[in-house]
Design a binder for this molecule. Structure first.
Ligand SMILES: Nc1nc2c(ncn2[C@@H]2O[C@H](COP(=O)(O)OP(=O)(O)OP(=O)(O)O)[C@@H](O)[C@H]2O)c(=O)[nH]1
Length: 396
Protein backbone atom coordinates (compact mmCIF):
# COMPACT_ATOMS: atom_id res chain seq x y z
CA UNK A 1 0.00 0.00 0.00
CA UNK A 2 2.72 2.46 1.03
CA UNK A 3 4.73 1.70 -2.18
CA UNK A 4 1.67 2.39 -4.30
CA UNK A 5 0.90 5.76 -2.72
CA UNK A 6 4.54 6.88 -2.92
CA UNK A 7 4.47 5.96 -6.67
CA UNK A 8 1.31 7.96 -7.19
CA UNK A 9 2.67 11.16 -5.72
CA UNK A 10 5.30 11.94 -8.42
CA UNK A 11 2.80 10.85 -11.13
CA UNK A 12 0.15 13.16 -9.76
CA UNK A 13 2.60 16.00 -9.41
CA UNK A 14 3.87 15.53 -12.99
CA UNK A 15 0.24 15.34 -14.19
CA UNK A 16 -0.59 18.61 -12.47
CA UNK A 17 2.49 20.36 -13.93
CA UNK A 18 1.64 19.21 -17.47
CA UNK A 19 -2.05 20.18 -17.05
CA UNK A 20 -1.12 23.68 -15.85
CA UNK A 21 1.40 23.93 -18.72
CA UNK A 22 -1.21 22.85 -21.31
CA UNK A 23 -3.93 25.19 -19.99
CA UNK A 24 -1.46 28.11 -19.82
CA UNK A 25 -0.10 27.25 -23.27
CA UNK A 26 -3.54 26.92 -24.93
CA UNK A 27 -4.81 30.07 -23.16
CA UNK A 28 -1.72 31.99 -24.25
CA UNK A 29 -2.09 30.87 -27.89
CA UNK A 30 -5.79 31.65 -28.07
CA UNK A 31 -5.68 34.88 -26.05
CA UNK A 32 -2.53 36.29 -27.68
CA UNK A 33 -3.72 35.34 -31.22
CA UNK A 34 -7.03 37.10 -30.67
CA UNK A 35 -5.33 40.24 -29.26
CA UNK A 36 -2.73 40.26 -32.06
CA UNK A 37 -5.44 40.12 -34.72
CA UNK A 38 -7.22 43.06 -33.05
CA UNK A 39 -4.07 45.13 -32.53
CA UNK A 40 -2.30 44.29 -35.82
CA UNK A 41 -4.83 44.04 -38.63
CA UNK A 42 -2.06 44.28 -41.22
CA UNK A 43 -1.36 40.61 -42.26
CA UNK A 44 2.39 41.20 -42.71
CA UNK A 45 2.83 42.80 -39.32
CA UNK A 46 0.55 40.14 -37.78
CA UNK A 47 2.72 37.35 -39.22
CA UNK A 48 5.86 38.95 -37.75
CA UNK A 49 4.19 39.48 -34.37
CA UNK A 50 3.15 35.82 -34.30
CA UNK A 51 6.72 34.75 -35.08
CA UNK A 52 8.04 36.88 -32.16
CA UNK A 53 5.20 35.60 -29.98
CA UNK A 54 6.36 32.05 -30.76
CA UNK A 55 9.97 32.96 -29.86
CA UNK A 56 8.72 34.57 -26.63
CA UNK A 57 6.71 31.44 -25.71
CA UNK A 58 9.62 29.07 -26.37
CA UNK A 59 12.02 31.33 -24.44
CA UNK A 60 9.69 31.65 -21.44
CA UNK A 61 8.90 27.90 -21.23
CA UNK A 62 12.61 27.15 -21.77
CA UNK A 63 13.53 29.36 -18.82
CA UNK A 64 10.87 27.73 -16.63
CA UNK A 65 12.05 24.25 -17.68
CA UNK A 66 15.67 25.25 -16.98
CA UNK A 67 14.91 26.55 -13.49
CA UNK A 68 12.83 23.45 -12.59
CA UNK A 69 15.49 21.02 -13.89
CA UNK A 70 18.29 23.03 -12.27
CA UNK A 71 16.56 22.94 -8.88
CA UNK A 72 15.80 19.22 -9.14
CA UNK A 73 19.31 18.23 -10.27
CA UNK A 74 20.91 20.38 -7.56
CA UNK A 75 18.73 18.63 -4.98
CA UNK A 76 19.60 15.18 -6.41
CA UNK A 77 23.30 15.99 -6.25
CA UNK A 78 23.06 17.14 -2.62
CA UNK A 79 21.11 13.98 -1.81
CA UNK A 80 23.72 11.77 -3.47
CA UNK A 81 26.53 13.59 -1.60
CA UNK A 82 24.62 13.09 1.66
CA UNK A 83 24.08 9.39 0.96
CA UNK A 84 27.75 8.96 0.09
CA UNK A 85 28.79 10.68 3.35
CA UNK A 86 26.36 8.50 5.32
CA UNK A 87 27.69 5.35 3.65
CA UNK A 88 31.28 6.35 4.54
CA UNK A 89 30.31 7.14 8.16
CA UNK A 90 28.44 3.81 8.39
CA UNK A 91 31.44 1.91 7.04
CA UNK A 92 33.73 3.72 9.51
CA UNK A 93 31.40 2.87 12.41
CA UNK A 94 31.22 -0.77 11.29
CA UNK A 95 35.02 -0.93 11.15
CA UNK A 96 35.34 0.61 14.62
CA UNK A 97 32.73 -1.79 15.99
CA UNK A 98 34.53 -4.74 14.40
CA UNK A 99 37.88 -3.69 15.93
CA UNK A 100 36.19 -3.19 19.28
CA UNK A 101 34.49 -6.60 19.17
CA UNK A 102 37.61 -8.40 17.96
CA UNK A 103 39.63 -6.94 20.82
CA UNK A 104 37.09 -7.65 23.55
CA UNK A 105 38.61 -9.81 26.28
CA UNK A 106 35.71 -12.14 25.54
CA UNK A 107 32.99 -12.20 22.93
CA UNK A 108 29.94 -10.29 21.81
CA UNK A 109 26.89 -12.37 20.94
CA UNK A 110 23.38 -12.39 19.68
CA UNK A 111 21.35 -15.48 20.52
CA UNK A 112 17.87 -16.89 20.60
CA UNK A 113 16.03 -16.91 23.90
CA UNK A 114 15.73 -20.70 23.99
CA UNK A 115 17.03 -23.44 26.33
CA UNK A 116 20.04 -24.02 24.02
CA UNK A 117 20.99 -20.31 23.89
CA UNK A 118 21.24 -20.86 20.13
CA UNK A 119 23.83 -18.38 18.86
CA UNK A 120 22.91 -16.28 15.81
CA UNK A 121 26.12 -14.26 15.91
CA UNK A 122 29.32 -14.41 17.96
CA UNK A 123 32.38 -12.20 17.55
CA UNK A 124 35.80 -13.67 16.77
CA UNK A 125 36.74 -13.63 20.47
CA UNK A 126 34.56 -16.74 20.75
CA UNK A 127 37.50 -18.94 19.71
CA UNK A 128 39.73 -17.47 22.42
CA UNK A 129 37.02 -17.73 25.05
CA UNK A 130 35.46 -21.11 24.37
CA UNK A 131 37.92 -22.83 22.03
CA UNK A 132 35.11 -23.16 19.44
CA UNK A 133 35.18 -21.20 16.17
CA UNK A 134 32.17 -18.89 15.72
CA UNK A 135 30.81 -21.13 12.90
CA UNK A 136 30.83 -24.13 15.25
CA UNK A 137 28.57 -22.42 17.81
CA UNK A 138 26.28 -20.53 15.44
CA UNK A 139 22.96 -22.40 15.05
CA UNK A 140 24.42 -25.12 17.35
CA UNK A 141 26.30 -26.61 14.38
CA UNK A 142 28.85 -28.46 16.53
CA UNK A 143 27.59 -27.76 20.02
CA UNK A 144 25.21 -25.42 21.79
CA UNK A 145 26.36 -22.65 24.10
CA UNK A 146 24.11 -24.10 26.82
CA UNK A 147 26.07 -27.37 26.77
CA UNK A 148 29.23 -25.42 27.74
CA UNK A 149 27.61 -24.02 30.87
CA UNK A 150 27.83 -25.85 34.17
CA UNK A 151 24.68 -27.97 34.65
CA UNK A 152 23.91 -26.59 38.10
CA UNK A 153 24.00 -23.00 36.72
CA UNK A 154 21.53 -23.62 33.85
CA UNK A 155 18.30 -23.31 35.84
CA UNK A 156 19.50 -20.25 37.80
CA UNK A 157 20.63 -18.45 34.64
CA UNK A 158 17.36 -19.12 32.83
CA UNK A 159 15.39 -17.73 35.80
CA UNK A 160 17.57 -14.60 36.04
CA UNK A 161 17.26 -13.86 32.32
CA UNK A 162 13.51 -14.48 32.46
CA UNK A 163 13.14 -12.00 35.34
CA UNK A 164 15.26 -9.38 33.52
CA UNK A 165 13.17 -9.75 30.35
CA UNK A 166 9.92 -9.45 32.32
CA UNK A 167 11.14 -6.15 33.82
CA UNK A 168 12.70 -4.95 30.57
CA UNK A 169 16.10 -4.71 32.26
CA UNK A 170 19.58 -5.94 31.38
CA UNK A 171 20.99 -9.00 33.16
CA UNK A 172 24.42 -9.73 34.67
CA UNK A 173 25.48 -13.31 35.26
CA UNK A 174 28.51 -15.22 36.52
CA UNK A 175 28.90 -18.89 35.74
CA UNK A 176 31.37 -21.63 34.94
CA UNK A 177 32.06 -22.65 31.34
CA UNK A 178 33.77 -25.76 29.96
CA UNK A 179 35.99 -24.96 26.97
CA UNK A 180 36.51 -27.21 23.95
CA UNK A 181 39.76 -28.59 25.42
CA UNK A 182 37.93 -29.51 28.64
CA UNK A 183 39.46 -26.73 30.75
CA UNK A 184 37.10 -24.74 32.94
CA UNK A 185 36.82 -20.96 33.10
CA UNK A 186 34.64 -18.44 34.89
CA UNK A 187 32.76 -15.90 32.80
CA UNK A 188 30.75 -12.75 33.41
CA UNK A 189 27.91 -11.99 31.03
CA UNK A 190 25.89 -8.84 30.54
CA UNK A 191 23.08 -8.66 28.07
CA UNK A 192 19.49 -7.70 27.41
CA UNK A 193 16.49 -8.79 25.41
CA UNK A 194 15.81 -7.14 22.05
CA UNK A 195 12.52 -7.48 20.19
CA UNK A 196 12.83 -8.35 16.52
CA UNK A 197 10.55 -6.89 13.84
CA UNK A 198 8.49 -10.11 13.82
CA UNK A 199 7.96 -9.86 17.58
CA UNK A 200 10.39 -12.62 18.66
CA UNK A 201 12.88 -11.82 21.42
CA UNK A 202 16.62 -12.34 21.01
CA UNK A 203 19.39 -11.69 23.53
CA UNK A 204 22.39 -9.47 22.83
CA UNK A 205 25.40 -8.90 25.04
CA UNK A 206 28.98 -9.70 25.92
CA UNK A 207 30.71 -12.56 27.74
CA UNK A 208 34.06 -11.92 29.46
CA UNK A 209 36.60 -14.30 30.98
CA UNK A 210 36.87 -13.53 34.73
CA UNK A 211 38.85 -16.63 35.75
CA UNK A 212 41.79 -14.55 37.07
CA UNK A 213 39.48 -12.44 39.22
CA UNK A 214 37.71 -15.54 40.52
CA UNK A 215 41.01 -17.19 41.37
CA UNK A 216 42.13 -14.08 43.23
CA UNK A 217 38.81 -13.95 45.06
CA UNK A 218 39.07 -17.55 46.20
CA UNK A 219 42.71 -16.99 47.22
CA UNK A 220 41.62 -13.98 49.28
CA UNK A 221 38.75 -15.99 50.77
CA UNK A 222 41.19 -18.74 51.72
CA UNK A 223 43.60 -16.20 53.21
CA UNK A 224 40.78 -14.76 55.28
CA UNK A 225 39.94 -18.11 56.88
CA UNK A 226 43.40 -19.75 57.12
CA UNK A 227 46.27 -19.43 59.57
CA UNK A 228 49.24 -18.44 57.37
CA UNK A 229 51.80 -20.57 59.23
CA UNK A 230 50.00 -23.90 59.41
CA UNK A 231 47.31 -23.56 56.75
CA UNK A 232 44.71 -24.67 59.31
CA UNK A 233 41.52 -22.67 59.92
CA UNK A 234 42.12 -19.49 61.91
CA UNK A 235 40.31 -18.64 65.14
CA UNK A 236 37.47 -16.71 63.46
CA UNK A 237 36.71 -19.43 60.91
CA UNK A 238 36.99 -22.12 63.57
CA UNK A 239 34.47 -20.26 65.76
CA UNK A 240 32.12 -20.12 62.78
CA UNK A 241 32.57 -23.85 62.09
CA UNK A 242 31.95 -24.63 65.76
CA UNK A 243 28.66 -22.67 65.81
CA UNK A 244 27.58 -24.29 62.54
CA UNK A 245 28.28 -27.82 63.82
CA UNK A 246 26.60 -27.06 67.14
CA UNK A 247 23.51 -25.88 65.29
CA UNK A 248 23.48 -29.09 63.26
CA UNK A 249 23.99 -31.19 66.39
CA UNK A 250 21.10 -29.36 68.09
CA UNK A 251 18.80 -29.78 65.07
CA UNK A 252 19.44 -33.50 64.64
CA UNK A 253 19.92 -34.11 68.36
CA UNK A 254 23.34 -35.59 67.84
CA UNK A 255 26.42 -35.28 70.08
CA UNK A 256 29.48 -33.25 69.11
CA UNK A 257 32.94 -33.13 70.67
CA UNK A 258 35.60 -30.45 70.99
CA UNK A 259 39.29 -31.11 71.65
CA UNK A 260 41.45 -28.32 73.05
CA UNK A 261 45.14 -29.09 72.40
CA UNK A 262 48.16 -27.30 73.86
CA UNK A 263 51.82 -28.21 73.26
CA UNK A 264 53.82 -29.07 76.36
CA UNK A 265 56.85 -26.91 77.16
CA UNK A 266 56.84 -25.43 73.70
CA UNK A 267 58.68 -22.38 74.97
CA UNK A 268 61.68 -24.68 75.55
CA UNK A 269 61.71 -25.64 71.86
CA UNK A 270 61.80 -21.98 70.86
CA UNK A 271 64.37 -21.08 73.46
CA UNK A 272 66.64 -24.03 72.65
CA UNK A 273 66.38 -24.34 68.87
CA UNK A 274 65.07 -20.92 67.81
CA UNK A 275 61.76 -19.55 66.58
CA UNK A 276 62.15 -20.95 63.04
CA UNK A 277 62.55 -24.45 64.49
CA UNK A 278 59.44 -23.83 66.62
CA UNK A 279 57.55 -22.85 63.43
CA UNK A 280 58.70 -26.07 61.75
CA UNK A 281 57.35 -28.09 64.70
CA UNK A 282 54.03 -26.20 64.57
CA UNK A 283 53.67 -26.98 60.87
CA UNK A 284 54.63 -30.61 61.29
CA UNK A 285 52.18 -31.27 64.15
CA UNK A 286 49.43 -29.48 62.18
CA UNK A 287 49.97 -31.91 59.30
CA UNK A 288 50.05 -34.85 61.69
CA UNK A 289 46.76 -33.82 63.33
CA UNK A 290 45.15 -33.12 59.95
CA UNK A 291 46.10 -36.58 58.71
CA UNK A 292 44.78 -38.26 61.85
CA UNK A 293 41.14 -37.11 61.87
CA UNK A 294 38.10 -37.80 59.69
CA UNK A 295 37.26 -35.67 56.67
CA UNK A 296 34.20 -34.29 58.48
CA UNK A 297 36.33 -33.04 61.38
CA UNK A 298 37.74 -29.49 61.40
CA UNK A 299 41.03 -28.32 62.88
CA UNK A 300 41.92 -24.75 63.69
CA UNK A 301 44.76 -22.90 65.30
CA UNK A 302 43.27 -20.76 68.02
CA UNK A 303 46.49 -18.90 68.75
CA UNK A 304 50.15 -19.58 69.67
CA UNK A 305 50.45 -23.32 70.19
CA UNK A 306 46.77 -23.93 70.97
CA UNK A 307 44.75 -26.02 68.52
CA UNK A 308 41.05 -26.87 68.49
CA UNK A 309 39.41 -29.84 66.79
CA UNK A 310 35.65 -30.02 66.20
CA UNK A 311 34.38 -33.61 65.91
CA UNK A 312 30.78 -33.76 64.66
CA UNK A 313 28.54 -36.69 65.69
CA UNK A 314 31.00 -37.85 68.37
CA UNK A 315 30.04 -38.75 71.93
CA UNK A 316 32.03 -38.86 75.15
CA UNK A 317 33.77 -42.23 74.80
CA UNK A 318 34.72 -41.89 71.17
CA UNK A 319 36.00 -38.34 71.80
CA UNK A 320 38.18 -39.54 74.68
CA UNK A 321 39.57 -42.34 72.51
CA UNK A 322 40.29 -39.93 69.65
CA UNK A 323 42.08 -37.49 71.95
CA UNK A 324 44.11 -40.33 73.45
CA UNK A 325 45.00 -41.61 69.97
CA UNK A 326 46.20 -38.15 68.90
CA UNK A 327 48.20 -37.69 72.14
CA UNK A 328 49.98 -41.02 71.59
CA UNK A 329 50.62 -40.27 67.94
CA UNK A 330 52.29 -36.92 68.70
CA UNK A 331 54.29 -38.35 71.57
CA UNK A 332 55.49 -41.21 69.38
CA UNK A 333 56.66 -39.05 66.46
CA UNK A 334 59.71 -36.82 67.05
CA UNK A 335 59.09 -33.49 65.32
CA UNK A 336 61.41 -32.09 62.62
CA UNK A 337 63.20 -28.85 63.49
CA UNK A 338 63.82 -27.98 59.86
CA UNK A 339 67.58 -28.59 59.96
CA UNK A 340 67.40 -32.37 59.67
CA UNK A 341 67.19 -32.84 63.44
CA UNK A 342 64.08 -33.75 65.43
CA UNK A 343 62.74 -33.06 68.90
CA UNK A 344 60.30 -35.10 70.98
CA UNK A 345 57.14 -33.21 71.91
CA UNK A 346 53.95 -34.01 73.76
CA UNK A 347 50.53 -32.44 73.94
CA UNK A 348 47.91 -31.95 76.64
CA UNK A 349 44.32 -32.38 75.50
CA UNK A 350 41.07 -31.20 77.07
CA UNK A 351 37.82 -32.80 75.85
CA UNK A 352 34.33 -31.31 76.10
CA UNK A 353 31.19 -32.81 74.55
CA UNK A 354 27.84 -31.36 73.54
CA UNK A 355 25.32 -31.69 75.11
CA UNK A 356 26.86 -33.15 78.28
CA UNK A 357 29.36 -30.38 79.11
CA UNK A 358 27.96 -27.27 77.46
CA UNK A 359 25.13 -26.05 75.25
CA UNK A 360 26.85 -23.29 73.32
CA UNK A 361 30.17 -22.68 71.57
CA UNK A 362 31.77 -20.33 74.11
CA UNK A 363 30.88 -22.60 77.02
CA UNK A 364 32.11 -25.68 75.17
CA UNK A 365 35.46 -23.96 74.48
CA UNK A 366 35.74 -22.84 78.09
CA UNK A 367 35.02 -26.39 79.35
CA UNK A 368 37.58 -27.95 76.97
CA UNK A 369 40.19 -25.28 77.84
CA UNK A 370 39.63 -25.90 81.53
CA UNK A 371 40.00 -29.64 81.01
CA UNK A 372 43.25 -29.02 79.09
CA UNK A 373 44.65 -27.14 82.12
CA UNK A 374 43.58 -30.09 84.22
CA UNK A 375 45.71 -32.31 81.97
CA UNK A 376 48.65 -29.89 82.36
CA UNK A 377 48.17 -30.10 86.11
CA UNK A 378 48.34 -33.90 85.97
CA UNK A 379 51.85 -33.60 84.59
CA UNK A 380 51.17 -32.92 80.84
CA UNK A 381 51.06 -35.48 77.98
CA UNK A 382 47.55 -36.34 79.25
CA UNK A 383 43.91 -36.27 78.11
CA UNK A 384 41.35 -34.81 80.53
CA UNK A 385 37.57 -34.78 80.16
CA UNK A 386 35.59 -31.71 81.13
CA UNK A 387 33.67 -32.13 84.39
CA UNK A 388 29.94 -32.57 84.14
CA UNK A 389 29.37 -29.95 86.85
CA UNK A 390 31.07 -27.42 84.51
CA UNK A 391 27.84 -27.31 82.56
CA UNK A 392 26.01 -25.72 85.52
CA UNK A 393 28.84 -23.26 85.95
CA UNK A 394 29.02 -22.39 82.21
CA UNK A 395 25.36 -21.74 81.83
CA UNK A 396 24.95 -19.71 85.01
N1 LIG B 1 57.86 -20.63 66.90
C1 LIG B 1 56.70 -20.14 67.31
N2 LIG B 1 56.42 -20.03 68.60
C2 LIG B 1 55.23 -19.56 69.01
C3 LIG B 1 54.28 -19.12 68.09
N3 LIG B 1 53.19 -18.70 68.79
C4 LIG B 1 53.48 -18.87 70.09
N4 LIG B 1 54.70 -19.39 70.21
C5 LIG B 1 55.43 -19.69 71.45
O1 LIG B 1 54.77 -20.68 72.17
C6 LIG B 1 55.24 -20.59 73.50
C7 LIG B 1 54.14 -20.85 74.46
O2 LIG B 1 54.72 -20.95 75.71
P1 LIG B 1 53.91 -21.02 77.05
O3 LIG B 1 52.52 -20.50 76.84
O4 LIG B 1 54.70 -20.40 78.13
O5 LIG B 1 53.73 -22.51 77.31
P2 LIG B 1 54.69 -23.74 77.16
O6 LIG B 1 56.11 -23.40 77.10
O7 LIG B 1 54.18 -24.51 75.94
O8 LIG B 1 54.43 -24.54 78.43
P3 LIG B 1 53.09 -25.23 78.89
O9 LIG B 1 52.00 -24.80 77.98
O10 LIG B 1 52.87 -24.79 80.28
O11 LIG B 1 53.36 -26.69 78.76
C8 LIG B 1 55.86 -19.21 73.65
O12 LIG B 1 57.28 -19.34 73.75
C9 LIG B 1 55.51 -18.50 72.36
O13 LIG B 1 56.54 -17.62 71.95
C10 LIG B 1 54.59 -19.22 66.71
O14 LIG B 1 53.82 -18.87 65.83
N5 LIG B 1 55.80 -19.72 66.36
Amino acid sequence: MSTLSSNQTPLRRAGWAVTVYLIAGFAWIMFSDALAEVWFPDPKTLSMVQTWKGFFFVLTTGLVLFSVLFRQLTRDRALLALQHGQRLALRKRERQLQVLMDNLPGMAYRCRYDPQWTMLFVSRGCARLTGYEPEELIENRVTSYASLMDDEDGERIFCEVKAALANDKSFSLEYGLTRKDGSRIWVWERGRGVEEEDGTVVLEGIVLDISDRKELESELEELAIRDPLTGLFNRREMSRVLEEELERARRYQRPMALLWIDFDHFKDVNDTYGHAAGDSVLRSISRLLLGSVRSVDSIGRFGGEEFVIVLPEMGLDEARDTAERLRRKVAGAPQPLGDGKTVPLTISVGVAVYPEHAQNGAALCAAADKAMYLAKGWGRNCVAMAHLHDQVHNES
